[in-house]
Design a protein around this ligand. Structure first.
Ligand code: ADE
Ligand code: ZN
Length: 345
């Protein structure tokens, strides 16, 4: 590795792809199961961790939806979100944009307001305690129907001031972005920004659909854009950020080995790639662990890692003022931590 772990840990970071339900650590899962009288099919945290062996996205999703069943009350969503924010505060994350899956909860009889009130109260507290700014993105579960997504969108409209964007997640293959064309059109008309998971397992055509039909501001994952030169050129020309999730890609077998991860090629081509943790409790690491994994396996330089943060700042859904503050924090860190390169005379 060209850089020290200390440098990676202290590097200011921005996360743009994090499913809050995917930050549910086994210990909290047990505590909430007990508090809410929910049966979970595991006896110990170790047993849970052993079950986290996935051969594809669906393998993971089956366990992820089961894990959510312990979340019932506003306090549970608060505790979940606060635990994630406390963790990333220790990893020098300045700003985070958090996905949540309302349909994963409303389908179990939990009210939309219970979910959003718990999450946003923790976000407000984290801003005061840790100085972490945040945005919230609600996702539609793409394996469910268009009608279901419309219902979820209608429930979100009264909370528009707390939700910056809508996204699309869950089982990708067989559920193309086109299925949600009309839902996203309504969301945009209501003033939401848009993002979508595309090209994680699905083909490059799904990325085209996300861009052309859903008019997304960022692509979540986007790995399979590497298969199509024209698409790649468009992503570079239009400066569309990709929210790349290295440890997730490894755990879900999107890549066979991190040494073969496309991130370094993306950076070399000028793609606005960013690093994110996706579902850190399930995939073995938060932001710092993801940065270390790619730095080690792809021999990334300090400048590469700084570029990843710069890309994330630029692609974030915040004001120009907040972007400027974060760029300043990044530059301050770099000035104090990158040895000046001596130029040969
Ligand atoms: N939901 C949570 N994590 C996801 C992922 N990596 N892909 C699709 N849906 C998800
Ligand atoms: Zn994701």
């Amino acid at each position: 590795m060209l850089v020290s772990k200390e440098f990676v840990k202290n590097l200011p970071k921005v996360e743009l792809h994090l499913h809050i339900e995917g930050s549910l650590e086994p210990e909290l899962m047990f505590a909430l199961a007990k508090r809410n009288n929910v049966n979970i099919p595991f006896a110990t945290a170790d047993e849970i961790k052993k079950a986290y062996n996935f051969s594809n996205l669906q393998d993971f999703l089956d366990i992820y939806y089961q894990g959510m069943s312990v979340l019932k009350k506003e306090e549970d969503f608060y505790d979940l979100t606060y635990a994630y924010l406390k963790k990333i505060a220790s990893q020098n994350v300045m700003h985070t944009e958090i996905f949540f899956d309302p349909q994963g909860h409303t389908s179990r009889g939990i009210e939309f307001k219970t979910v959003i009130n718990g999450i946003t109260r923790a976000l407000d507290d984290a801003k005061d305690e840790f100085g972490i700014s945040s945005r919230l993105i609600m996702c539609f579960l793409r394996h469910l129907s268009e009608e279901d997504a419309f219902n979820s969108l209608n429930e979100a409209i009264p909370y528009k001031d707390r939700i910056i964007a809508v996204g699309l997640d869950s089982s990708e293959v067989g559920h193309p972005p086109a299925k949600f064309d009309r839902v996203f059109a309504k969301a945009r008309a209501e003033g939401f920004l848009t993002v979508a998971h595309a090209g994680e397992e699905g083909p490059p055509e799904y990325i085209y659909e996300a861009l052309d039909l859903l008019k997304v501001d960022r692509i979540d994952h986007g790995n399979r854009a590497m298969e199509n030169k024209d698409l790649l050129k468009r992503i570079i020309d239009e400066e569309k950020a990709l929210t790349v999730c290295p440890l997730s890609n490894l755990k879900l077998c999107v890549v066979d080995n991190l040494k073969n991860h496309p991130l370094k090629k993306m950076l070399g081509l000028g793609v606005k790639a960013t690093i994110n943790s996706d579902d850190p409790s399930y995939f073995g690491g938060y932001m710092t662990e993801n940065f270390i994994a790619v730095a080690q396996n792809l021999n990334l330089s300090m400048e590469d890692l700084a570029q990843l943060t710069e890309n994330a700042i630029e692609a974030s859904f915040v004001s120009a003022k907040r972007k400027y503050e974060m760029i300043r924090e990044l530059n301050n860190f770099l000035e104090n931590n990158i040895e000046p390169v001596s130029t040969a005379i």
